[in-house]
Design a protein around this ligand. Structure first.
Ligand SMILES: [Zn+2]
Length: 232
């Protein structure tokens, strides 16, 4: 009988290792999921930044065109004066007003262009793009290393499952199925007797049962929690 308890303890140890490994694999997969989500978010953020940058660039081009346009108008207007097109005093004062308004427009537009250039440059698009790509690469490397960990864990798990199969072969079928049933309820279906107490539920065992456990001749279950109790 004592041997069976050794086998059962061995099985129980293996089962806790196996459970642990399965949990770790789940955890690592969850980590991968989180990182992938993080990557999606970063890509989306980057796309939005890129779109904003393009918008500002387009605005800059628009302002530059407008400035060019006003410069041409100014030139044309100046030419009118030189070509002698403006003759009367009334025409001259009209011409001056137009020129003033063009000049004002031009100066405003020049400020706008400078501001817009600052805006576009301060977006540091090249640097940001590099940063973005580096951070994606870093996250992808993390995933890669987690996947390697999982592969390693899976092969360890497969090995332990094999060990488990051979461990069960030493245990009589009815005791094994009892163990499997209890295992659904407890992580430790097999416990050592602690004084006269069950180490699982910590309740005292009737002395007749404690005596039988000490004899190590049969499989005894705790009358309270039904764990299998053994005595070393
Ligand atoms: Zn108990």
């Amino acid at each position: 009988m004592f041997n069976i308890f050794e086998y059962l303890m061995h099985l129980q140890n293996l089962d806790s290792i196996i459970l642990n490994q399965k949990r770790k694999i789940v955890q690592k997969n969850e980590e991968i999921g989180k990182i992938q989500h993080h990557i999606e978010n970063k890509k989306l953020e980057w796309e939005n930044y890129r779109k904003l940058y393009d918008k500002e660039r387009i605005e800059l081009s628009r302002l530059e065109l407008e400035l060019k346009d006003i410069e041409e108008k100014l030139k044309k207007s100046q030419n009118r004066l030189y070509s002698g097109d403006v003759q009367s005093g009334k025409e001259l004062s009209q011409w001056k007003l137009t020129m003033e308004s063009y000049e004002k427009n031009k100066s405003n537009l020049e400020d706008d262009v400078i501001n817009q250039i600052d805006k576009v440059e301060s977006m540091n698009i090249k640097e940001k793009e590099k940063e973005h790509q580096l951070s994606i690469q870093r996250l992808e490397k993390e995933i890669e290393s987690l996947k390697n960990d999982i592969d390693k864990m899976k092969s360890e798990l497969a090995h332990n499952l094999q060990l488990r199969t051979s461990a069960t072969q030493n245990i009589p079928a009815e005791i094994l199925s009892l163990y499997e049933e209890l295992r659904k309820k407890f992580p430790d279906p097999v416990v050592e007797m602690d004084g006269d107490n069950c180490r699982g539920c910590h309740l005292g065992l009737p002395s007749s049962i404690a005596k039988r456990v000490r004899k190590r001749e049969e499989i005894i279950q705790c009358p309270n929690c039904h764990r299998l109790i053994f005595y070393k």
